[in-house]
Ligand binder design. Structure first.
Ligand SMILES: [Zn+2]
Length: 390
């Protein structure tokens, strides 16, 4: 089982210089290889694979003496990461690889020869960098990535393989459906609603003042640089608050349930709606679902995403009657067939849970066709049954 632990590290001035040079060399190698791959693709219709990139980087090292400053394996990782970035792009998991800028977050990876000692982490060519080891490292260290954020803080992410297999998955136990929203961050089929903390609203005034100050600063001046760091600091604070909230809530949901169902949200498509884009981007559903998924895997629990075309809000949970339209401002409604009063979101969460359980019991990971529930007309399937079971 692979796990990552992130430590804040405190390099000395000398170590900072070495790191700055290493960041620079790896960034240069990345940009050079990315450009070369693009050019080669334009000329021949084929890109460069990992070994071709590796060869080019070795050539680059012979041309420039300063390229021998970083630990040689760090440069090899650049070739690996770039080829993986292209694979991720072609398999539609990621966008096209971008050039790295020296003004953004910097990072390098050490694929070997790093060890965790009592009062820090020992790197090749740099020695021990002081760190507070807040969590013991159990297992073999695979890769260590050193990064520096816009505020100039340094971190080491240690990837460890503990040699154990993931526990076997079991669907036996309590199942929960989650409806993710904007008015509430998450609503469970048990009826609990978790508020959506609006961090940005809290930090927005601060952020706006600093951004205004930044816009008045002269380009390229020291003061502009300072203010840029302050703005980065506010963004950093917001993202840490969000991460903390996601960790705590996902931990709680995974602890309390055995099977977790979430509606598969096409966040990318939703962000295209300009009115909601900002609100959707800042709640961070993607990060939350990723946390639910890996935490469920650690404990042999089941995490399942339910097809988003399934009309979870508009179907009565009791009798499966489907209402024609349900405007967003209608928070509760009464089913005409069975006369049950529904809270819009709790009903949706219950439907997600039941749909997930149906998929699980049908034994396929794919969408189970169920004649009892009519598909949304916008969906891929239209039901052939004229009347839902009443
Ligand atoms: Zn009903």
């Amino acid at each position: 089982m692979l796990r990552v632990t992130k430590f804040r590290i405190y390099p000395t001035n000398e170590q900072r210089v070495h790191l700055a040079q290493s960041f620079g060399c790896c960034r240069f190698a990345w940009n050079y290889a990315l450009n070369l791959t693009n050019e080669t693709y334009k000329a021949t219709g084929k890109g460069l694979n990992r070994f071709a990139i590796q060869k080019e980087i070795t050539k680059l090292k012979k041309e420039h003496e300063w390229m021998s400053e970083p630990y040689s394996q760090c440069l090899q990782v650049v070739a690996l990461n770039l080829s993986r970035a292209f694979i991720n792009f072609f398999e539609k998991r990621a966008s096209f690889p971008q050039f790295k800028s020296k003004h953004h977050k910097q990072s390098i990876s050490y694929p070997q020869n790093v060890s965790v000692v009592e009062d820090g982490i020992k790197f090749p060519k740099m020695g021990v960098v002081y760190a507070k080891i807040h969590r013991p490292i159990e297992g073999t260290i695979r890769t260590v990535t050193v990064s520096m954020n816009c505020k100039g803080q340094y971190f080491a992410s240690v990837l460890v393989d503990d040699g154990k297999d993931l526990p076997e998955k079991s669907g036996e136990g309590k199942a929960v459906g989650l409806d993710l929203g904007l008015t509430h961050f998450a609503i469970t089929s048990d009826g609990s609603k978790f508020d959506n903390p609006r961090w940005i609203a809290k930090h927005e005034r601060n952020l706006r003042a600093k951004q205004r100050r930044l816009s008045r600063r002269q380009k390229g001046s020291n003061n502009r640089n300072k203010t840029r760091k302050q703005v980065a600091g506010v963004h950093n604070k917001i993202s840490r608050c969000r991460e903390d909230f996601h960790h705590k809530l996902s931990r709680r949901i995974v602890d309390e349930n055995q099977v977790i169902m979430v509606e598969n949200l096409a966040v990318k498509n939703m962000v295209k709606n300009h009115c909601l884009a900002k609100a959707i981007s800042q709640v961070g559903w993607g990060q939350f679902c990723t946390m639910l998924k890996y935490k469920a895997e650690w404990y042999g629990k089941v995490y399942l995403e339910v097809d988003r075309f399934f009309p979870s809000s508009k179907t009565c949970n009791v009798c499966l009657n489907q209402v024609r339209s349900l405007p967003l401002d209608v928070r509760s409604w009464r089913c005409q067939k069975c006369n049950t009063k529904h809270d819009r979101d709790i009903n949706a969460a219950k439907n997600i849970r039941d749909e997930g359980l149906r998929i699980l019991s049908s034994g396929t990971g794919e969408f189970a066709y169920c004649p009892d529930v009519r598909r949304d007309s916008r969906g891929r399937k239209k039901s052939t049954t004229s009347q839902p079971v009443g």
